[in-house]
Design a protein around this ligand. Structure first.
Ligand SMILES: [Fe+2]
Length: 126
C-alpha cells in the first residue's frame, strides 16, 4: 500500500507524484513501476540540498543551501519545497532563476518535516 504524502518518481519520463489518498501497492508509469523516493538528510557534496529552516516574523523561511544557494539553472534546479504539518502540506513550486527559498506562514513548532526535490539529485528533508 502507498502511504499518505509519499512521493514516487518515474525513471523513464520524470513524472513525480505525491500520494493524497492511500491505495494500490504499486504505481505504474510508462509501463514500469514508479520508484518511491526516500528523502536524504545528509549532504556531503559542495552543493547543499538539505532544507534550512529559519524562524521569521509570521512563519518560517526555508532555504535550500544554508550558506550557499543551490543552483537554479534550466537543467538543474529545485522544483518544489514542501513544509509538512500534521494536517496541512504547504508547497512552493519553483522554476529556473527563482531563488531557492520560500516563506511559509507556518509556526516552526508545528512543522513535522520540510523537504525539497532537486530535479537531478532527488528528495531531501530536514
Ligand atoms: Fe541538486
Amino acid at each position: 500500500m502507498t502511504q499518505l504524502r509519499e512521493i514516487y518518481y518515474c525513471e523513464k519520463c520524470g513524472n513525480v507524484v505525491e500520494i493524497l489518498n492511500e491505495g494500490a501497492p504499486a504505481l505504474v508509469c510508462c509501463g514500469v513501476p514508479m520508484v518511491k523516493l526516500e528523502a536524504k538528510t545528509e549532504d556531503a557534496s559542495i552543493e547543499k540540498h538539505v532544507p534550512f529552516v529559519e524562524e521569521v516574523e509570521g512563519g518560517v523561511l526555508v532555504k535550500v543551501g544554508q550558506n550557499q544557494e543551490h543552483p537554479m539553472l534550466e537543467n538543474h534546479y529545485i522544483k518544489f519545497i514542501e513544509v509538512l504539518r500534521k494536517d496541512k502540506v504547504c508547497r512552493l513550486e519553483l522554476k529556473p532563476d527563482d531563488k531557492p527559498e520560500g516563506f511559509f506562514p507556518v509556526k516552526k513548532e508545528e512543522i513535522i518535516e520540510v523537504r525539497e526535490w532537486c530535479n537531478l539529485h532527488g528528495l531531501w528533508k530536514s
